[in-house]
Design a protein around this ligand. Structure first.
Ligand SMILES: *Cc1c(COP(=O)(O)O)cnc(C)c1O
Length: 494
């Protein structure tokens, strides 16, 4: 039974309503103790054992799930249970019904799309975050959540040598978003509103966004949400002569044409490590063009940004001084369990002006006095998890040197693989049939790779970056590819 007490106290000056909800569980009929510490200990230990065993046996599963669409509906009841079931019963179902429908992103034989790193440190941080289960939208809702996020993102900014303007000690700062898509959306909104404040709201349909045709579709989605006219999204053509990087000449031309037609260039997105070809846009030159035209310059380094902790790869983001915002996904290649996408911005006021609201029920002294960061004003949702714990654990439990060798090892493995491919002329021949090859390889369940299209040609994508991947896995993967290529060539020739 629930008792609800609503006490409406009208305060003279603020007309503040105070709601007091008293929730009483009627214990006689209902033994539910959803957060009994001893039950938690017992059950969570079992879950940790289950997950540890999963990692121990992860190579026994087909990497790409082999189930057919709708498989699960046949295996599970039509409605939720009325009476409680045992944890053991649920574990049995996970084994028999859920795991077959899982694609094993943490398998050492996973080479598709991009990596999504887990680690013990990331897992422990995730566990603590789930355990505390705070909702840290304003500083006051958990001061440690806000302050740790600011500190850890300043640490990370220093590790990849971002300019000081991005640090929280000045006008800028970092914020953890769920994904790179949310990161680019919030900066498009900030840039749009910044512009419209100056030129007037009616200009919305004239605003133009620029990026290369290799830019992640997240930008297009952001433009759709931000109300940018669909015809004003310039996805400028790239080609193999510039290794699919955006050419400053092409950008300049497009901007001049648009200005001549009375349109308003306002946003440029450069990418470091594009999804199809890992192209690196020339940030310095692009950034100068953006600055000359009063545009916002965002850098998307979602995948490749992590490599910049190694001095020998830092040059990929040379020119980032010109950027207004910079994003990398710590959940891709930085051992931080999903999700943790880090966005740094030079002028936090621009974000806050676009995204802040201040309803009466959230007002508090610290916020009113402007003494604190309230991350609710830096993101789309109100609620937010204590995600910086994961990154903090990763940085502290591993340390910079280990993280650098982690990245270097993957790059060496990828280079080995490149050697294999360039030494095998059949892979030129197979090119027109890459799609069938990818399909055949993934059907074996031994490895999982993906494909893309560049200049009209199907390309096989082989992304090395799973935490468990070792040299032996890359060698074995090459063997699978060779075997399937031979089989494909012999059937199509025979
Ligand atoms: C992965 C990736 C994205 C999209 O990532 P989400 O975090 O899933 O939104 C965007 N841009 C680049 C360059 C990426 O590698």
């Amino acid at each position: 039974m629930y008792i609800c007490v609503c006490d409406y106290t009208e305060k003279a000056e603020t007309s503040l309503f105070v709601h007091i909800w008293v929730v009483v569980n009627k214990r006689e009929n209902n033994g539910l103790k959803p957060m009994d510490a001893e039950q938690l200990r017992e059950n969570a230990h079992k879950m940790v054992d289950f997950i540890a065993d999963y990692y121990k046996t992860i190579e026994n599963f087909p990497v790409l799930s082999q189930v057919q669409p709708g498989y699960l509906r046949e295996l599970l009841p039509d409605s939720a249970p009325t009476q409680p079931e045992s944890l053991q019963h649920i574990f049995d179902d996970i084994q028999a019904k859920i795991l077959p429908g899982v694609t094993h992103w943490q398998s050492p034989n996973y080479f598709a799309y991009y990596p999504s790193n887990s680690s013990i440190a990331g897992f422990l941080g995730e566990m603590l975050s789930a355990g505390l289960n705070i909702v840290g939208f304003s500083w006051i809702t958990s001061p440690a959540a806000t302050e740790l996020e600011m500190i850890v993102l300043d640490w990370l900014a220093k590790l990849i040598k971002l300019p000081d303007d991005f640090l929280s000690t000045g006008q800028g700062g970092g914020v953890i978003q769920g994904t790179a898509s949310e990161a680019v959306l919030v900066v498009v909104l900030a840039a749009r509103d910044n512009f419209l404040r100056r030129v007037g709201k009616n200009a919305l349909e004239k605003l133009v966004v620029y990026a290369s045709d290799q830019t992640h579709s997240a930008l297009q989605k952001a433009c759709q949400i931000a109300g940018i006219h669909p015809e004003n999204c310039r996805m400028l053509t790239t080609n193999s002569t510039t290794s699919y990087a955006l050419s400053p000449i092409v950008l300049n031309e497009a901007i001049s044409n648009d200005i001549t037609s009375g349109l308003i260039p306002f946003f440029l997105c450069g990418t470091v490590g594009t999804t199809s070809s890992t192209a690196v846009d020339p940030l310095g030159e692009l950034g100068k063009i953006a600055k000359n035209n009063g545009m916002w310059f965002h850098v998307d380094a979602a995948y490749a940004g992590s490599a910049c902790i190694c001095p020998e790869y830092r040059h990929y983001i040379d020119g980032v001084e010109e950027a207004d915002s910079f994003n990398m996904n710590a959940h891709k290649w930085f051992l931080t369990n999903f999700d943790c996408s880090v966005l740094w911005i030079k002028d936090r006021t621009a974000l806050i002006q676009s995204l802040s609201t201040s309803p009466e029920f959230l007002k508090n002294k610290a916020s009113q006095a402007n003494m604190v960061v309230d991350y609710k004003d830096w993101q789309i949702p109100l609620g937010r998890r204590f995600r910086s714990l994961k990154l903090w654990m990763v940085l502290r439990l591993y340390g910079l040197e280990n993280l650098q060798s982690y990245i270097r090892n993957h790059i060496t493995l990828a280079k080995n693989f490149e050697e294999f491919v360039t030494q095998d002329p059949r892979f030129e021949i197979v090119t027109p049939r890459i799609y069938s090859l990818v399909y055949a390889v993934n059907s074996t369940g031994k490895i999982f790779i993906s494909h893309t299209v560049l200049s009209g040609t199907y390309i096989l994508r082989f992304a090395v970056g799973a935490p468990l991947t070792e040299e032996s896995h890359v060698n074995a993967a090459w063997k699978v590819l060779q075997d399937e290529a031979s089989a494909l060539l012999s059937t199509s020739l025979g």
